[in-house]
Design a protein around this ligand. Sequence first.
Ligand code: HEM
Length: 163
Amino acid sequence: MRDPDVFVLARALHVLGVVLWIGGVAFVTTVLLPALRRTKDPARRLELFESLEGRFAWQARIVTLVTGLTGFYMLHYLDAWSRYQSLAYWWIHLMTLVWFLFTMVLFVLEPLFLHRWFHERASANGERAFRFAQVMHVVLLTLSLVAVVGAVAGSHGYAFGSR
Ligand code: HEM
């Protein structure tokens, strides 16, 4: 289906998904995790983290689906699959990589073992486990923000590498 109105709707839903998703990741990374790391009671800290991030994980799963579906639809509409073959479109690669990493974490690794693994590590050594969680979140947030800047500039005509 190649309807221009559907394309505009897809783009709007894509950006809405990105705002909710990456905004949530930014909150967890820059506010929630640093505050939890300052919490003195380790059992309370783990309990709080699991209940708060558990709620966000469900929102993140839904918006990851919406962002992925609308993203692939836009590639189909624009007939732009060949962009994957060009380095000038690194922001398309980066968006897809960010989406793939979150999809793996939220839909595969987390339900299979990540949740249990983090619970065990945080029960044994809370300081180390939460430092590790924060480093991982900083890496994912940084990649996501670079993808957002690259995607907005690139999809509004900025030709990376040709100036
Ligand atoms: C399966 C993964 C994804 C695919 C296939 C995809 C694909 C696309 C496409 C085709 C466009 C429009 C490009 C154009 O108009 O030339 C776009 C725009 C955009 N994407 Fe993605 N995307 C994906 C994931 C993401 C993720 C994870 C983020 C955020 C980190 C993101 C952020 C954006 C932004 C900010 C725009 C620009 C919207 C605008 O300014 O109009 N996308 N994406």
